[in-house]
Design a binder for this molecule. Structure first.
Ligand SMILES: [Zn+2]
Length: 231
């Protein structure tokens, strides 16, 4: 049968004669979280040149298209904003660093580190993923931190500490559900409470943690009260 005959012959014929084709060029690659197949995958970043085709042969340039992100596993194309979402590996690392930084900040604010505080902190940091973290390591880090900033223990949250907290928490906050953000603050609160009631310096640090996690101050107050009630 000749092309173009049959019920849909005309449409078939036109699409064979005229069409557009996109030639993709790879402009980068990396790892991302693929929302299509749901996991950490390799991707290629592509830009495309669209051309009119005549009988399958590219004839007229139709301009640039993309850039798009192509998943190496499922071959789906996504907008580049898909790269804003951290990979599972990166997300776990951010979470781990966040808990570690909060623990150090609260310990540093608490003054001389009581054994119970160090134990609570080390246990939180281990559950967050630093499985080898010990009480002594944390104690040594807190001392180094104090020596480094020249800060006297017990003074209000220093500016450098606040910067560290924001660096660890700001990029994480948008990717956490409210309960996840609250959980980090609660862990900090329990470390602060391990050696007795909150000191003003500990409250300061926890307020900074709350702000960096985009928890409003009323909720911070509520959570700090809730942390005092053993669950
Ligand atoms: Zn995929």
């Amino acid at each position: 049968m000749l092309p173009g005959r049959g019920r849909n012959g005309r449409a078939v014929q036109v699409s064979r004669v005229l069409g557009t084709r996109t030639a993709w060029t790879t402009v980068g690659d990396g790892e991302f979280f693929c929302p299509g197949c749901g996991g950490d995958r390799n991707y290629q970043r592509l830009t495309g040149r669209r051309r009119f085709t005549l009988l399958g042969v590219p004839v007229l340039p139709r301009g640039e298209t993309g850039p798009v992100v192509e998943c190496a596993a499922c071959r789906q194309h996504y907008g580049t904003d898909v790269l804003d979402h951290p990979t599972t590996t990166r997300f776990s690392a951010m979470l781990r660093d966040a808990v570690h930084t909060v623990a150090l900040a609260v310990l540093a604010a608490g003054g001389t580190c009581a054994r119970t505080s160090l134990e609570t902190a080390a246990s939180a940091v281990r559950s967050a993923g630093f499985e080898d973290c010990t009480e002594d390591q944390l104690g040594a880090l807190v001392e180094a931190l104090a020596a480094d900033t020249g800060r006297v223990f017990g003074e209000p949250c220093g500016a450098s500490l606040a910067i560290e907290l924001h660096e660890a928490l700001d990029p994480l906050a948008p990717h956490l559900a409210p309960t996840g953000r609250e959980a980090i603050l609660l862990q900090g609160a329990r470390i602060a409470l391990a050696d007795g009631p909150y000191t003003p310096a500990e409250r300061d640090v926890l307020a900074t943690v709350g702000a960096a996690l985009t928890i409003c101050s009323d909720d911070v107050t509520r959570l700090l009260v809730a942390a005092r009630t053993p669950s």
